[in-house]
Design a binder for this molecule. Structure first.
Ligand SMILES: [Zn+2]
Length: 187
């Protein structure tokens, strides 16, 4: 005896023995039926995407965004500069950074915002309003100079919220950890 079922993804009618639904190899997951592993894997990838999208939305809500479309670099600049100034004048001094030289304020030809003293050493610092910053060139410079590179992420929603990360040499990305974002949502 076989039972008509529909594939949970493509809705094609599939014929499977009821027991197949519970067969891990053919009918997984138990709740739904699928034509084959291709449909199943596609569905699973979609599920992952949904979870990821939800997380990105949640992050944006907690951290904040700026009213600028992606790639409108010029319009985003004032927001970035505001965060830089706050980092320079408030957050970084509070964290113990001294003699902060504002290269970003000097000219746009520099691609690291600040040089400062920290724990007795000269270090490079960049300020961003992004949760995740791609920084291969800054890292290239830091490695060539043998200097530590810090990224200070400043929330565009609440300027009191920031995350300082010392980027491990060789890394090309600095990001605010998920744990930190979850902590913000709770507070
Ligand atoms: Zn299917």
């Amino acid at each position: 005896m076989s039972k008509s079922l529909r594939c949970h993804l493509c809705h094609k009618i599939i014929k499977k023995k009821p027991s197949d639904v519970f067969n891990k190899k053919l009918g997984r997951p138990y709740k739904y039926s699928f034509c084959d592993t291709i449909c199943y894997n596609r569905w699973r990838a979609n599920q992952h995407l949904k979870v990821k999208e939800r997380w990105l939305k949640f992050q944006r809500e907690v951290w904040g965004t700026i009213p600028v479309k992606r790639f409108q670099v010029d319009k985003a600049k004032p927001y970035g500069r505001e965060a830089e100034i706050l980092a320079r004048d408030v957050h970084l001094p509070n964290l113990g950074f001294k003699n902060i030289v504002d290269f970003s304020g000097q000219s746009n030809q520099f691609f690291v915002d600040f040089v400062a003293d920290f724990n007795g050493q000269k270090v490079l610092i960049d300020a961003t309003i992004k949760l995740k910053a791609y920084i291969p060139k800054k890292m290239f410079l830091a490695q060539a100079l043998g200097m530590s590179l810090f990224i200070i992420h400043v929330s565009p929603k609440n300027k009191q919220i920031f995350y300082l990360s010392e980027v491990t040499l060789g890394r090309k990305v600095s990001r605010v950890p998920a744990k930190f974002i979850r902590g913000l949502a709770k507070s």
